[in-house]
Design a protein around this ligand. Sequence first.
Ligand SMILES: [Zn+2]
Length: 340
Amino acid sequence: MYGAGDVRIENVADPVLQLPTDAIVRIVRSCICGSDLHPYHSMPDTPGGAQMGHEFIGVVEEIGNDVATLKKGDFVVAPFAWSDGTCVFCQEGLQTSCEHGGFWAAGDIGGAQAEAIRVPFADGTLVKAPVSEDSELLPSLLTLADVFGTGYHAAKQARVTPGDIVTVIGDGAVGLMAVLSAKRLGAERIILMGRHQARTDLGIEFGATDVVAQRGEEGVNAVRELTGGHGAHKVLEAVGYREAYNQALGVVRPGGVISRVGVPQYEDAPIGFGSLFGPNITLTGGPAPVRAYIEELMPDVLSGTINPGKVFDSVISLDEVPAGYAAMDNRSALKVLVTP
Ligand SMILES: [Zn+2]
């Protein structure tokens, strides 16, 4: 990406092993993320450009001498952050705060909208999946790299438990995964706030019991009406704009939890007596340590019990990635799958 709206496909040098803990992975499927649209809107002109992409599954092609758990030919899922798997935060299941970790497409680590990538701390980062390259499960496995784990994190941080009334704000891929996750954790009622019917229809398939298309005060009133005036126990916010935070405050009930996984595009918002403190609201959320959830979520993907890969409504080649950004930006595509 060279600047807002300027995505190009270029030939770059093949990645090579640099450290004995590295692996080289040939990317079999990648995708474009809703969060890639933020730089697509606002990135200043950048001479030399920046590599893009942080979601991929693929096949291990080479390993460094210290890689112990993987071998050439293994099929792997990569989380959107790489991590050593051994530091105190990794051991606590918060791999996005790894003391030695980082993110794809940053520094000298390449992006995943590519044919191959160097993976640091391969043992800590990658998770093996018992599938072949032609498996029909690939789209669902790819959601474990980010959107499913992120939606699941929203629900876990909110401590969704059986019987809860949950409101999900946002009908993008993460919002829909938050619906699936709330359902998985036993929510009794799931109110999805979103305006795009094809997406909210998929949300209903994933477990939403109600859809509220209105936004702002009108949307808040609709959720209040659906909940006997009380509001939702848990609110999963998967948008990131200040309006979505206001909406969350409006629909959460006293004693409830607001869990945010949409990357906040604001720093200031109400937290005082009239907003969070008075009604005993818990505010939580953050970048999902999806590495912590891959092993937990994968069995249901492999068995076909759940099919999160349905969020991909478009499949393109690597050469078509610039058009893929445009399609997600103008919302003609929900989430674009890339086949290098
Ligand atoms: Zn770590």
